[in-house]
Design a protein around this ligand. Structure first.
Ligand code: NAP
Length: 433
């Protein structure tokens, strides 16, 4: 009998889980990939930077999975609102939560609620045309912007703020963001790390890219770098990344109008300003057993925009246990949450790794299902879901519906850009028919 599997979340983790299930069960499995948006691909569409199109090419692989026999995309359906996890467990033999980690981890410092302080999920969602953030107010009228965090998301945000309109126009950055950035007054972008260059989690390519921007120069205080001999202890990839940073410290000052200041050993302690963010107060730190410890020395970074790129949390779903301290679902390493309920990707392990890291994750969950002796309980799950959704007045979007949205986005692209994203769900639904 056919195994019925529901995967919640049409991002990389969801598609790799579907791919693994197809590989294992072939035609013996029927898979519904349910997403709250009418569009698939999750973080590839709304997280990966618009000027990193080569990473986005992986959607062709996900498309092939979705076009395989027995696989459906069920978009515009929100689990927890249109259908509960309990109801899905009643319909399907297994439910996998591949919902990612879409919420910003709070900074938790005084003044972090001032206008002008935003999280990277919001800022990245804004420039990537995510419907939730299309109306976000991003103040770009001040010469300074502070980006908190020393990971690749911080680099993405800095690069988008630093690039010229011409550099960005050939990407699929949302039109509203391109227009706003065109008028941006931001000239000093501060990337604030509470620890040092050796502890930064930038990857080599992402750090190196900052050295090749048309109008921006990265700057680093050489005193923040450990002695060069200390690099020998680093893992080779990480050493190469640090070599890029060393290069930034040695470069003579150019006449480029935008500067990306690496502010290492600085812990954010407050955001201050009269009715809006005007400066980020940071405390100088030193390392003790690898941890950042404040020295009491304070310093103000003038800025009208503060973007916290310090990590993400998975959204809670009614009826599903949640580990608040971890910001994700609890469960074992294989993704088991409860009987027949699993998680994969960031919802299982937290916000770490590259897109490709989700592939073994998806395969691991399927191995767990096999080890758990998952069996078909019979029934036509897709038909049962459709009937339930129809009774609730929900309007699911199929993969063919998404293909119509996709075609419309490609058709309205700026010259040289791959697509112009539609940022309104109702406009998307109008296209689906
Ligand atoms: P990340 O690499 O974990 O970096 C988070 C940063 O936030 C760390 O530097 C961390 O510092 C800092 N931080 C956390 N809490 C803080 C606090 N309260 N105050 C100050 N700093 C704080 O995470 P990410 O940049 O969000 O990226 C998430 C994942 O996506 C990563 O695996 C990343 O590589 C991946 N990604 C990849 C790409 C790409 O390949 N192009 C692009 C974007 C994202 P500590 O180290 O001191 O904790």
């Amino acid at each position: 009998m056919t195994l019925n599997i529901a995967i919640i979340g049409a991002g990389p983790a969801g598609y790799y889980t579907a791919e693994a299930a197809l590989k294992h069960w072939g035609g013996g499995a029927r898979i519904d990939i349910i997403d709250r948006l009418p569009t698939p691909y999750g973080l590839i569409r709304a997280g990966v930077a618009p000027d990193h199109q080569s990473i986005k090419a992986v959607t062709r692989r996900y498309e092939a999975t979705n076009l395989g026999a027995g696989v459906r995309f069920v978009g515009n359906v929100m689990v927890g609102r249109d259908v509960s996890v309990d109801e899905l467990l009643g319909i399907y033999d297994a439910v996998v939560l591949s919902v990612g980690a879409p919420h910003d981890k709070p900074i938790g410092i005084p003044g972090d609620d001032l206008p002008g302080v935003i999280g990277s999920a919001a800022f990245v969602g804004w420039y990537n045309g995510h419907p939730d953030f299309a109306d976000l107010q991003v103040p770009l009228d001040h010469h300074g912007a502070a980006i908190i965090g020393n990971g690749n998301v911080a680099i993405d945000c800095a690069r988008v703020l630093a690039k010229t309109t011409a550099e960005l126009a050939v990407s699929d950055i949302a039109q509203h963001a391109l227009h706003a950035l065109e008028r941006s007054a931001v000239r000093d972008i501060h990337i604030v790390g509470r620890r040092g260059p050796h502890q930064a989690s930038f990857t080599t390519k992402e750090a190196g890219e900052l050295g090749h921007l048309e109008r921006a120069q990265p700057l680093l205080k050489s005193g923040d770098l450990p002695p060069v001999e200390a690099d020998a202890a680093l893992e080779p990839g990480h050493r190469k990344m640090v070599t890029h940073l060393r290069g930034f410290a040695e470069q003579p000052r150019s006449d480029k109008p935008v500067t990306i200041h690496f502010e290492f050993f600085r812990r954010p302690v407050a955001v201050e300003g009269a009715g809006r963010a005007q400066r980020l107060i940071v405390e100088t730190t030193r390392l003790e057993d690898g941890r950042a410890v404040g020295t009491g020395e304070l310093h103000a970074i003038p800025c009208g925009l503060v973007i916290a790129c310090i990590g993400y949390r998975t959204a809670q779903i009614p009826g599903v246990p949640y580990a608040d301290a971890l910001g994700r679902f609890p469960g074992d390493d294989a993704g088991r949450i409860a009987n027949r309920l699993y998680a994969s990707g960031w919802a299982r392990r937290g916000p770490s790794g590259t897109i490709g890291t989700n592939r073994p994750d998806g395969f691991g969950v399927v191995e767990a299902m096999v080890a758990d002796g998952l069996v078909s309980r019979g029934g036509d799950a897709p038909a049962a879901l459709d009937a339930l959704l129809a009774s609730r007045g929900a309007a699911p979007v199929s993969f063919a519906g998404w293909q119509r949205i996709d075609a419309a986005e490609v058709a309205r692209a700026r010259a040289g850009a791959p697509r112009e994203k539609i940022v309104s769900v109702s406009e998307m639904l109008g296209l689906v028919g």
